[in-house]
Ligand binder design. Structure first.
Ligand SMILES: Cc1cc2nc3c(=O)[nH]c(=O)nc-3n(C[C@H](O)[C@H](O)[C@H](O)COP(=O)(O)OP(=O)(O)OC[C@H]3O[C@@H](n4cnc5c(N)ncnc54)[C@H](O)[C@@H]3O)c2cc1C
Length: 384
């Protein structure tokens, strides 16, 4: 089937990337987003080589990386700021790009690319169900069919087809409050550096993410009443991370305040009939390896490439999952294991973190997904 009609449910990273890629392959695509507009949730994120290649293919790269902070060095430090480990991947692999970016910029770039590719975007349009036969029911009760249906409505996805494929959800003990603070709070920031701080059962992440902003993520476990409080309990966080006092004190009102608990979602299959399930709806993962959005976009591009060449959609979707799933499963598993370090005693954890910084094998596992070239990536066709 060279092309046809496609309905995409959800206007996040997965849905926008899938819709744009399909439209660029000649599909007639309608995307339904339940919110009144396409918008990002959360403050900033890291995108690595694999996700950046997809943005290039969709014509969204230049807009997305505007003002972004290029990363090349990952440090772990304790609450007082003492260095535990440091890893510079540019000394190993010059070609691996990674950026810390504003989510709002990436989503806006994807929306612009989708519209340019001819995607019809319908906002305030909640899909109430998608069944295994591919019938899409709108909140108004109207039912539609398409040659291909892509479910990309996030970890809380509730359609009947996904319910039928659901295997399990794991809620991790940890979760984070994500914020933006003024970049000038940092003074001079070391080039390319992302820092993760550890203290007791808490963590903090800090890195520039735009010309004006620093990303500050505060991670605490369920049951840590002061750590999961939003707006944040500044006194309690400064106690854990005295080295971050200047940043924590400058935290102002955020657009959205919440402690978001990490979770992973596992389905028995990512497809049924003419329906494909994509992004967090298929494989939400703990964010320790910074790969959820990147892999959502990678799988969106590969989905579009595969179904656009196939004669039969069902067979194409089975091949798509077979090709993409092993790496996703592995990343999801290893990323979850990293969270368990929060429960280790400080001396053992610090030794483990120092060892990780020195181990090329461990860093390779961390960046396995980042290195893989997405199916459908063809540099000659960029901006085609
Ligand atoms: C703390 C944290 C940090 C992270 N950091 C990174 C990182 O550094 N790098 C990275 O790659 N990933 C990161 N991730 C993961 C990343 O945020 C997710 O994997 C990504 O947002 C998933 O995109 P999605 O499009 O699948 O789902 P979502 O972003 O959840 O989008 C789903 C969309 O569907 C819409 N929707 C829902 N229901 C319906 C419906 N019934 N009808 C119509 N529309 C609907 C929603 O409004 C939403 O717009 C992080 C996640 C967390 C929690």
């Amino acid at each position: 089937m060279p092309s046809g009609t496609a309905t995409v449910v959800g206007g996040g990273f997965a849905g926008l990337a899938a819709a744009t890629a399909l439209a660029r392959y000649g599909w007639d695509v309608t995307l339904h987003e339940r919110g009144p507009e396409i918008r990002a949730f959360g403050s900033a994120l890291a995108l690595s080589e694999n996700g950046l290649k997809v943005l290039e293919m969709l014509g969204a790269y230049d807009d997305a990386v505007q003002g972004a902070f290029p990363l090349s060095n990952r440090e772990t430090r304790d609450g007082e700021g003492r260095l535990l480990s440091s890893y510079n991947w540019k000394t190993e692999v010059q070609t691996l790009r990674m950026f810390m970016l504003l989510r709002s910029r990436v989503i806006a770039a994807l929306e612009t690319a989708a519209r340019k590719a001819g995607v019809t975007i319908v906002t305030s349009s909640e899909i109430s169900d998608v069944d295994a036969g591919g019938a899409v029911t709108l909140a108004s009760g109207e039912t539609r069919t398409a040659d291909l249906v892509v479910i990309a409505d996030g970890a809380g996805s509730r359609s009947s087809v996904r319910k039928g494929l659901f295997k399990r959800r794991k809620l991790f003990a940890d979760g984070s409050i994500r914020m933006l603070v003024p970049r000038d709070a940092a003074g001079e920031w070391p080039e390319g550096t992302f820092v993760e701080y550890w203290s007791g059962r808490r963590r903090a992440m800090l890195s520039p993410c735009s010309e004006k902003h620093l990303y500050l993520g505060l991670i605490a476990q369920k049951g840590d009443e002061r750590g999961t409080r939003a707006p944040i309990d500044k006194e309690s966080w400064i106690e854990s991370f005295p080295v971050l006092r200047d940043y924590i004190e400058t935290v102002g009102e955020q657009e959205r305040w919440s402690w978001d608990q990490y979770q992973s979602v596992i389905l028995t299959k990512w497809h049924q009939g003419r329906v494909a399930i994509l992004g967090d709806a298929a494989h939400a993962m703990s964010p320790n390896f910074g790969q959820g959005a990147a892999l959502a976009m990678v799988n969106a591009l590969s989905l579009a490439a595969v179904v656009s060449k196939a004669r039969d959609i069902e067979t194409a979707l089975a091949g798509w999952e077979e090709n993409e799933r092993p790496l996703v499963d592995r990343t999801q598993l290893l990323s979850g294991v990293y969270s368990s370090l929060m429960n280790w005693p400080a001396f053992a954890r610090n030794a483990a973190l120092a060892g990780m910084g020195r181990s090329r094998w461990i860093m390779k596992q961390r960046t396995l997904a980042a290195y893989r070239t997405p199916t459908g990536y063809a540099p000659g066709q960029v901006e085609a």
